[in-house]
Design a protein around this ligand. Structure first.
Ligand SMILES: [Zn+2]
Length: 80
């Protein structure tokens, strides 16, 4: 019995030791992928999320500034 059993990683298209591998569900069925590549994908997607949140916050504050400016303008009109 071998203690250095390897499994083919579809992400890296190479074999890794079994204890570095996780079986995951894909559209094409169950596949083996290494933990490293899974973690790398998670990290990059959370960075994307953080970027998306930043953009949303900027958009919101821009909208609020626009609304405030409009309210001020309307107030001036009412005062006439
Ligand atoms: Zn891999």
């Amino acid at each position: 019995m071998s203690s250095t059993e390897t499994i083919y990683c579809y992400h890296c298209t190479r074999h890794h030791p079994k204890d570095e591998m996780r079986q995951i569900d894909t559209k094409g069925g169950k596949r083996w992928r290494c933990i490293k590549s899974i973690e790398a994908t998670k990290k990059s997607s959370s960075q994307r999320d953080a970027f998306g949140k930043t953009v949303t916050t900027i958009n919101k504050s821009e909208n609020q500034a626009r609304i405030k400016a409009r309210m001020n303008a309307e107030r001036l009109l009412v005062r006439g």
